[in-house]
Write a new protein. Sequence first.
Length: 261
Amino acid sequence: MYRYFCTLNQERIKMDFTKKNVVITGGSSGIGFATAKAFINAGANVWITGRNEEKLQRAKEALSSPNLHVVVSDTSNLEGIAVLESVVLESGSKVDVLFLNAGIATYAPIEHITEADFDAQFNTNVKGPLFTLQKLLPHLADGAAVLLTSSTVASASGLNSSVYSATKGALNKIAQVAANELAGRKIRVNLISPGPTETEGLDGVVTPEIKDYLATVTALQRLGSPNEIANAVLFLASDNASFITGTELLVDGGAINYILK
Ligand SMILES: NC(=O)c1ccc[n+]([C@@H]2O[C@H](COP(=O)([O-])OP(=O)(O)OC[C@H]3O[C@@H](n4cnc5c(N)ncnc54)[C@H](OP(=O)(O)O)[C@@H]3O)[C@@H](O)[C@H]2O)c1
């Protein structure tokens, strides 16, 4: 009997994405790359986007899978999103999982925020995911899963993060509304909110000293790894999460509300 339950349990937690089609924006490094790798290992066909072609080629070489496709597409503007849409259309595939992950952060006190930084972050983190979702909606399979990368900053009030936090707060609201609007097609929409996670993106925003400090604000006393965020994405994309929509999953090591020094 015990063995039966163990087997049953393993069956249930197994995440098989064989022949599923997955689109990941911002998949050439960090969380997006780790998630692409996890989906490839689970049998999926994966399309990843990024602005930098060389970075995408490096990602392709690193994963070395015929199931990985790279698309140079700047999803902060409608022209770039149209490139992604045409690639999906030409593939003739319906998208089973859409992971809207591309994002950038610039930290500055309110006195020093520039219009360019404001526009870049809102275009990449809010306008991009919203219009990518809109343009790919006709190409989503009924019953698809949409995941969006938010952040714990959406509900924290860290110093110097007003614009970045506001972009993630806006994203959370868009996702919650989308979950309601798309429920009729059985499309589930959920948010992943990582805490501080060891990526190129984080290295570009904070100093090594601040990274050490960020590790101390988690209950687990360390930064997260991109693979740990990917595990949560695959869970929410899988049938194991079939009754979960419109939610925000914090993957933050038990982070407490922090102030960026
Ligand atoms: N790392 C953390 O501590 C942390 C915590 C919470 C939330 N997040 C969120 O997690 C997501 C991924 O961040 P990450 O830390 O993994 O950063 P990352 O290593 O810098 O990866 C970002 C990815 O997005 C791509 N990208 C950026 N702007 C893009 C655009 N306009 N169009 C298409 N692709 C674009 C980048 O490639 P190109 O530069 O070539 O375009 C790269 O592939 C972001 O939404 C971020 O806000 C990160």
